[in-house]
Ligand binder design. Structure first.
Ligand code: SAM
Ligand code: SF4
Length: 323
């Protein structure tokens, strides 16, 4: 469906839990995390009902995220159910990959068409520091398994000053011989990210260029999102740059988000949205649910306004919002 700015909204990111097996520095605090109460989190039944209503409004692509989606029991069963909804063309997942160890084949059978894996560095010490305890060799082994099964994989990396800036070219090299896109995403000043120092896209590009040689622009579409792509000579896949901070792309935004506690978020940086859980649990009919979702999506904010005083700035952390 079109929103009031004429943007086609066809993509929903669904956070199915705010819990996680890691504590990445830009996402969650090391200690003292208060998680949502189980009864506040949408059941899989409620998520499926909401996605059916969204599909009727023109949502075609679903991404399951978190927290760590694989930390919630039955995640792949949910993927299977979402995949079966008429009108839904793709179901993908954003994950740190660690808990997929041993169930990659099942993930494919469940209907996952693509995985975005969060991996900020190949350096075992830096990875352990950035994730506060993760084992990079396990993440790499899952990525290898996923590639061997022919699933589409993208690596998402957040460049953070003083943490992984030296490691960016080595990470980009993953795209040299493997069918794997590596994407660098601006650190956003949301939740714990606000206390860290970003590396702007132009600086990331300069670092890659110095290490890998000239980067030719790659205009081919690589998914449904706003990344732009470049490809060093001799690389099997491209390098993506997602720069909501350095290069605002709100004019082509195609997405809404559903939080684990059932709030339809219209923009990452605004609290504006719809309490879907209240409708689901308050006895709304399918028509009422659909009408409320349509009204909310139509009113999606025009811009994130990260650098402005937006009035309803989001204060929740990324693991609560879904990234
Ligand atoms: N646990 C899964 C993972 O890490 O892929 C899914 C949830 S995580 C919140 C989704 C994405 O948000 C990850 O790619 C992570 O790097 C990104 N993210 C978290 N905090 C961020 C921040 N402050 N700025 C930019 N990206 C962030
Ligand atoms: Fe967990 Fe993902 Fe947040 Fe890291 S980015 S703490 S893996 S939810």
């Amino acid at each position: 469906m079109l929103d009031r700015c004429g943007r086609e909204i066809d993509y929903v990111r669904i956070s199915i839990t705010d819990r996680c097996n890691l504590r990445c520095v830009y996402c969650m605090p090391e200690r003292g995390v208060t998680c949502m109460r189980h009864e506040d989190v949408l059941s899989y039944e409620e998520i499926v009902r909401t996605v059916r209503a969204l599909a009727a409004l023109g949502i075609r692509h679903v991404r399951v995220t978190g927290g760590e989606p694989m930390a919630r029991r039955g995640c792949l069963t949910l993927v299977e159910r979402l995949h079966a909804i008429p009108g839904i063309e793709t179901v993908s997942m954003t994950t740190n990959a660690l808990l997929l160890d041993g169930c990659v084949a099942w993930a494919k059978e469940a209907g996952l068409s693509a995985l975005n894996v969060s991996l900020d560095t190949l350096n075992p010490d830096a990875y352990r520091r950035m994730t506060r305890g993760g084992d990079v060799s396990r993440a790499l082994s899952v990525i290898g398994e996923v590639l061997a099964l022919g699933l589409q994989v993208k690596d998402n990396a957040v460049p953070v000053r003083g943490m992984n800036e030296e490691d960016l070219p080595a990470l980009a090299m993953l795209a040299k011989d493997r069918p794997l896109c590596v994407r660098f995403i601006d650190l956003m000043p949301v939740g714990c990210g606000a206390a860290l120092s970003p590396i702007p896209t132009d600086k990331v590009l300069a670092r890659l260029c110095a290490a890998l040689g000239p980067l030719a622009p790659d205009a081919q579409p690589h998914g449904f999102g706003p990344a732009r792509y470049v490809r060093p000579e001799g690389f099997a896949r491209s390098i993506g740059l997602i720069s909501p901070m350095s290069h605002e792309f709100c004019g082509s935004c195609n997405r809404v988000r559903l939080t684990a506690d059932g709030f339809l978020k219209l923009c990452l940086n605004h609290t504006a949205g719809l309490d879907v859980r209240a409708l689901l649990r308050g006895g709304a009919s399918d028509d009422e649910l659909q009408a409320a979702l349509a009204g909310a999506i139509a009113a999606k904010p025009a811009r994130h306004g990260f650098f402005e005083n937006v009035g309803d700035r989001e204060a929740r952390r990324m693991n609560e919002i879904g990234g």
